[in-house]
Design a protein around this ligand. Structure first.
Ligand code: PLP
Length: 482
């Protein structure tokens, strides 16, 4: 480790700590590796042992290193050991939904290039094989010369539907391509499913907190949200859901069993099987969002509830917005026993899509090397999430809790000290930083002390500094309140 160029006595220990932290995050110092003793480092850097002790204390506080009795200092096994958020406990009654105005504002600012953005769950372009996507689109234009001058009708291009059915095998689902309907993204699939199985005023059960896009759809359709207690790691509580089935007029369940948004929870395999059984016993449909399944780190977490469905009660909805090409906003749905209604609604309300893009997507899905591309995407995102958690543990107020998702690029942060996420949101906006306040993710007012941070977008020093700054602003707000 090279010596500091211009050491300043008061910040010297911080500079030393910072350099070591950077080496840990860059992977130069790997987890479990021994780092120099206090005396060794003091000698190497030409500083006093007490400066090194201060630096090591700061690194211990950030949970980046740990002292082992009589052995010295080591890089911590996991770079950050922040406690996870508490399981949620929403009220056991359904609510009308009113979140859309805040959601709209956050999304507009999250996409504004003048803001350092953690507000959206949108991966940035460089995470994707952009050249491969461009080539697939131009190949489709070359090969299928009439596709732009033909009216596209029906359930979607057949080669794409076949490619989707093959893709679903990776989630353990044997779908008949004839039952797959192509849509303009996962959200459209979900809207169509909700229209098929509900009427205004009906109750829909969801994870709590839940993706605000779902709440916006419920709001627009005048549906009531019944939020179900959810664990940050293991997802929706099936016991609570069963109780809801037994006591409330639940018309549908809308859930993301793999890498839910915003908590990143994944339902255990046994619960997926149990959920499929519960649905068929009660005759209640599950609208299963599998948008993130390909981003899950383990195979069993990629398996869909649909793979256990023997009675057609699971309506599975997916898309390629987070894994292949967000710009080709194509999704799909296999709606089980409600397939005819969904197909009809699609024809009436949503029309069709650009066949050229369908053909390009079919080409992309059938090219060899998709598996390794997903693996690479998962690894890139995992390193980034790890780094972001490290920055949070260093700079956010003591008592902060954060999720440790098994994939994906969304972190859910519980703030301590009664901190109001709307106050934090506004203070961050003053500094051109965008975060998503917790209130967006519930029809109840439960998550005022939480924020969602999306780290899939641009990732550079400005983002890192932005993340640290959010922590500093949060600390300042807590101090002010005290
Ligand atoms: C859980 C979930 N479902 C659906 C969507 C939207 O998917 P699409 O772009 O395919 O409509 C998002 C986007 O963030 C999401 O997080």
């Amino acid at each position: 480790m090279p010596a500091a160029a211009h050491p300043h006595p008061e910040t010297l220990y911080l500079q030393i700590a910072d350099r070591i932290a950077q080496s840990i995050r860059a992977g130069t110092l790997t987890r479990g590796k021994r780092i120099p003793s206090v005396r060794e480092l003091a000698g190497q850097q030409g500083v006093s042992p007490s400066t090194v002790v201060q630096a090591y204390r700061a690194l211990e506080d950030a949970r980046l290193i740990e002292a082992r009795p009589r052995s010295g200092y080591f890089v911590a096994a996991r770079s950050t050991r922040l406690p996870e958020p508490e399981p949620s406990l929403p009220p056991a009654r359904s609510m009308p939904v009113d979140v859309s105005s805040l959601g709209e504002q956050v999304m507009r600012l999250a996409m504004d290039p003048d803001y350092v953005s953690f507000g959206a769950a949108c991966p940035s372009g460089e995470l994707f094989a952009q050249e491969r996507v461009r080539r697939a689109v131009s190949r489709a234009a070359q090969r299928h010369r009439t596709s732009l001058t033909r009216y596209p009708l029906g359930p979607g291009n057949e080669s794409l539907r076949r490619a989707i059915a093959r893709h679903a095998l990776g989630m353990g689902c044997q779908l008949d391509a004839r039952d797959v309907l192509v849509t303009n993204g996962c959200l459209e699939s979900i809207s169509l499913c909700l229209r098929a199985v509900t009427q205004p005023g009906d109750v829909v059960a969801l994870e709590s907190p839940t993706y605000f896009g779902f709440l916006e759809i419920l709001e627009s359709m005048n549906l009531r949200a019944l939020e179900i207690p959810t664990h940050p790691r293991t997802g929706i509580s099936l016991d609570a859901l069963q109780l809801a089935f037994d006591t409330q007029p639940v018309k549908a369940v809308l859930a993301v069993p793999t890498l839910s948004n915003p908590m990143g929870s994944c339902l255990p395999l046994a619960d997926r099987r149990r959920l499929a059984q519960m649905l068929s016993q009660k005759g209640i449909p599950l609208i299963e969002d599998v948008l993130y399944n390909d981003l899950a780190e383990q195979d069993d977490k990629r398996r869909a509830v649909k793979s256990f469905d023997t009675t057609g009660h699971v309506m599975i909805c997916g898309s390629f917005s987070k894994t292949v090409a967000p710009g080709i906003r194509l999704g799909w749905v296999e709606a089980g026993r409600w397939a005819p209604q969904v197909r009809r609604l699609k024809a009436v309300h949503a029309g069709s899509h650009t066949e050229l893009l369908e053909l390009a997507m079919a080409d992309l899905l059938t090219q060899p090397g998709n598996g390794s591309q997903y693996r690479q995407l998962r690894a890139t995102i995992a390193a980034r999430v790890d780094e972001a958690r490290g920055l949070i543990s260093e700079s956010f107020p003591r008592g902060t809790r954060v999720t440790d998702p098994a994939g994906g690029f969304i972190l859910w942060v519980e703030l301590p000290g009664g901190l109001d996420s709307m106050a934090l949101y506004r203070a961050c906006l003053d500094e051109r930083i965008c975060i998503a306040p917790g209130t967006m993710f519930s029809a109840t007012d439960r998550y005022r002390h939480c924020i969602r941070l999306g780290v899939g977008g641009r990732w550079d020093d400005a983002q890192r500094a932005g993340l640290r700054r959010i922590g500093a602003i949060a600390r300042g707000l807590i101090q002010e309140a005290a």
